[in-house]
Design a protein. Sequence first.
Length: 176
Amino acid sequence: MIHLPDFTIDEFKMAAIQRSDQAFVFEGLSHPQVIPFYGVSYRSYEATAAQMDFYEQLLSDGTGGWWKITDNSSGKMVGACGCNNFQHKHEKIEIGYWLLPDHWGKGIMRKVLPELLLQMTRIWKLHRVEAWVESGNDSSRRLLEYCGFNCEGLLRDTEIKNDKRISLYIYAKILE
């Protein structure tokens, strides 16, 4: 079992997602503007319980964790970011993130992601951090490149989502 620390980045507070945040997670992972480029989505509040189980399992088995991003001035949650699939032997982990559309284009993730990486290195021994980005998600690609990630290639038609084949870019950052 691992514990995710709370931390603050400028005007944003980061805290571990709790079961009580299910309504917020459902809001994000059912939002029609968020889910086109995100790997999971839910059609009901009840179904989102599976995502909450996933977050708890990550902490329980030590393979990851997710933080909610809260705007200190309004007290409202605006997004989430975290990691999963930690592989101890290979010292690598995968990151993910999403923001509610009202908060897109404001530079929030440019502030949050570097600090998230720092916090992750305090919890796990990491050499490599990976991110998988659906083709067409140019904003996410630009964010990763801004934060020092390199595009290592495109996996064409590698998954099926909503009955359509999708391609994924693999991004990675080597931590020295």
